[in-house]
Design a protein around this ligand. Structure first.
Ligand SMILES: C[S@@+](CC[C@H](N)C(=O)[O-])C[C@H]1O[C@@H](n2cnc3c(N)ncnc32)[C@H](O)[C@@H]1O
Length: 222
């Protein structure tokens, strides 16, 4: 079935950052859509379309991207699981050239719309891509990943993506809201040739403030 942004009840929000503001078009009732769009995969596992929410991790990652802004100028950047596209949009505004990807076509369409309304589209490409089957044969000096490691079956394909698509001296920036299993992912990538530094910042979303962790990941021998 062909869908358009207008097929969703829409709302918009402004994310205030140090260097400016990003206007995002979002889905108004993500809980309802989560239920409507949930489905079972081939193995009977419930798949929940989490792209219908804006997550606090993307705000945390956007703020971090802003702080490292000058080093992103003209850099090629891959965002995985982009959802509504906030972190990648800020990377574009810092002068990076971002490929926004998500397994969900609808998420990619929202990201494109949001990039467009923040004058970021000229620096951007939009590709529906499942990280289990990456469709690139190039490497990126930066990879952005906001809240994508919440399920352990994501870890192996995301590790492969780092191994195959992060430049030898590249940096992958992960953010996540201190879920109990996150430490397992970072131990797993450390056991496979990567190292990381962690920092934490407070993020307020829907009037609730929580801590988001940012992980700066590099190859151990870089
Ligand atoms: C928790 S949401 C985070 C969205 C966004 N990064 C944010 O922080 O607001 C996880 C995102 O990963 C995407 N995703 C889940 N499985 C994926 C896969 N196998 N390949 C690519 N994207 C995937 C979802 O569609 C969703 O957009």
């Amino acid at each position: 079935m062909k869908t358009r942004l207008q097929d969703y009840p829409l709302t918009s929000t402004i994310i205030k950052l140090k260097t400016g503001r990003v206007q995002l078009t979002l889905i108004e009732d993500p809980d309802w859509f989560l239920e409507q769009l949930s489905r079972e995969d081939k193995e009977g596992k419930l798949y929940l379309p989490y792209w219908t929410y804006l997550w606090e991790s993307s705000i945390g990652l956007a703020r971090h991207v802003e702080t490292i802004g000058p080093q992103l100028k003209d850099a090629r950047i891959l965002e995985i699981g982009c959802g509504f596209g906030l972190a990648g949009i800020v990377a574009c505004q810092m002068g990076g050239r971002v490929v926004f990807t998500d397994a969900e076509r609808e998420a990619v369409r929202f990201a494109q719309h949001n990039a467009d309304q923040n004058s970021a589209e000229a620096n951007a490409d939009f590709v529906q891509m499942d990280w289990n089957t990456p469709c690139f044969n190039c490497k990126f000096p930066y990879i952005l990943a906001a809240d994508v490691i919440y399920e352990e079956n994501h870890w192996t394909p995301i590790l492969s993506l780092l191994q195959n698509h992060l430049s030898p001296d590249g940096i992958a920036l992960f953010s996540e809201p201190n879920r109990g299993n996150a430490i397992g992912f970072f131990k797993y990538i450390m056991d496979n040739g990567f190292t990381y530094q962690k920092s934490t910042l407070p993020v307020t979303l829907d009037r609730q403030t929580s801590q988001v962790s940012i992980y700066t990941v590099r190859r151990r021998n870089a």
